[in-house]
Design a protein around this ligand. Structure first.
Ligand SMILES: Cc1cc2nc3c(=O)[nH]c(=O)nc-3n(C[C@H](O)[C@H](O)[C@H](O)COP(=O)(O)OP(=O)(O)OC[C@H]3O[C@@H](n4cnc5c(N)ncnc54)[C@H](O)[C@@H]3O)c2cc1C
Length: 434
């Protein structure tokens, strides 16, 4: 292959794009990463708080994230990881419950004793007995969970949990996603979560430096405005300049790719009807620890958010100036009421809501509150999605996908994006060498 035949455009400078560029280099290609914004990281990007860079959205690593940990080791930064034991809480009917062990379940008085026993049996069935969940792709999660746990347990526990991820679209989600997620997160033992010294920003910067050192390019403030595929040539319009490539990998959410696709490529794009769940969260930067759990689901009218994540249970607070990070979150769609709330209202609701739930919480300990919104966080999976999940290649074009729309049944996460990037590059390398 000559130099032109090795040039591959990568759309997006989140983890999917950076990992794609890394694997392209491993396979002998020359990637050019185009990132629309002024910084890398995509959904895992950062903001500045008094000179310290903090995560816009809560992010941690699981000990089951093999692809992610493998890439960290390959980059020589695996030793930057710290691990902490974490737990989950549930605030319901004005009370806080632990939600981590069989003993917690026995103490969960928001359910009757019979329902607690049924919940224990149901959880054991899902995580210990049902070893394969493929058949659940054709089953609605709500129906399945009602069958396994009963209607009352579904309404008290599972419905709020599903709403905290899929908002008002929980009725379409397949049971396979739930089965897979429960078996990924808990795997029966103590929950452990990890974080990287230097954060995801440091990881993205390390990847960028390694890409550039090996001859790839990473361009910020470079939105791809149009993408077209003609035979063995892919054309990208970036800032009015038309550049040609041997192939392209898109890591963009499908609606974003649809908006820039031209000609035959636009007609070949899959998933015209795919919806995405967005997210809105308030990051409360505090001088004091709030809660004993990393993640707490909240069902309480005094707190107009679905939950609280305190990432400084995993991130050593001394790394960020002895601060504590409290994320008040709502998974919701653009256009919905929670998504469109004004920043001022969200900020007030976060502070008033935390004060209502936690008598020890004092607004005086809060340094600032930041509000962020993202429109395309999690595709809303639908029953039978295994048959909808797109292949790496778009039709017969030389445009490839490595996007969250292919994650199912896995959760959308850095680990998943890295695995997808590796598989997509392998498919691209096979096609271009044949
Ligand atoms: C609230 C929240 C919590 C999360 N928690 C975790 C967690 O704990 N652990 C975990 O592993 N994952 C977590 N995730 C998921 C994780 O952030 C994402 O799955 C992952 O970052 C997706 O990466 P990506 O590169 O595929 O896509 P994205 O991060 O969406 O990257 C796409 C990139 O494309 C760029 N772009 C868009 N249009 C164009 C264009 N026309 N031209 C060029 N560039 C363009 C965007 O600016 C963006 O940088 C969380 C996400 C959210 C929102």
């Amino acid at each position: 292959m000559n130099a032109a035949e090795k040039r591959v455009a990568v759309l997006g400078g989140g983890i999917g794009g950076l990992a794609s560029a890394h694997y392209l280099l491993n396979a002998g290609f020359t990637p050019v990463v185009f990132e629309a914004t002024d910084r890398l990281g995509g959904l895992a990007t950062w903001f500045d708080h008094r000179g310290v860079h903090l995560d816009r959205w809560y992010h941690v690593i699981l000990d089951t994230d093999a692809d992610l940990c493998g890439l960290l080791a390959e980059l020589g930064i695996g030793d930057r990881l710290v691990w902490r034991e974490t737990g989950m809480g549930f605030r319901l009917g004005g009370k806080l419950y632990g939600f981590n062990s069989p003993l917690d379940l026995l103490r969960f008085r928001a359910l009757s004793l019979a329902d607690r026993i049924r919940t224990g049996i149901g959880a054991a069935y899902i995580t210990k007995i049902k070893k394969n969940g493929l058949d659940l792709d054709a089953v609605y999660a709500c129906d399945w969970l009602r069958r396994v746990f009963g209607r009352r347990v579904f309404a008290r526990i599972w419905e709020p949990l599903l709403r905290a991820k899929f908002g008002d679209r929980i009725d379409t989600v397949p049971a396979y996603w739930v089965w897979n997620t429960l078996n990924r997160e808990k795997h029966g033992g103590q929950e452990v979560k990890g974080y990287l010294r230097g954060g995801y920003e440091g990881f993205a910067d390390t990847l960028r430096d390694a890409i550039v050192a090996r001859g790839g390019e990473v361009r910020l403030l470079s939105p791809v405005a149009a993408l077209e595929a003609n035979g063995a040539v892919v054309r990208a319009d970036v800032g009015g300049d038309n550049e040609t490539f041997a192939a392209a990998i898109s890591t963009l959410p499908m609606p974003r790719l649809r908006a820039i696709s031209r000609g035959a490529l636009a007609n070949e794009l899959p998933l015209a009807d795919l919806h995405y769940q967005g997210c809105m969260n308030a990051v409360v930067v505090s001088r004091r620890r709030l809660e004993r759990f990393y993640w707490t689901i909240v069902v309480d009218p005094a707190f107009p958010f679905q939950g609280i994540v305190e990432t400084t249970h995993v991130i050593p607070s001394e790394w960020i100036g002895d601060r504590h990070l409290i994320y008040c979150l709502n998974y919701c769609e653009p256009g919905s009421e929670p998504y469109e709330r004004s920043d001022e209202l969200v900020e007030r609701q976060a502070l008033d809501g935390l004060a209502a739930l936690y008598p020890g919480f004092r607004a005086a300990d809060v340094e600032d509150v930041y509000v962020f919104r993202a429109p395309h966080v999690e595709p809303v999976w639908t029953v039978g999605y295994l048959h909808e999940r797109p292949a790496p290649r778009i039709g017969t074009s030389r445009v490839y996908l490595s996007t969250t729309a292919q994650a199912y049944p896995r959760v959308t996460a850095w680990n998943t994006s890295i695995g997808l990037a590796r598989d997509t590059v392998a498919a691209l390398a096979r096609d271009l060498s044949s």
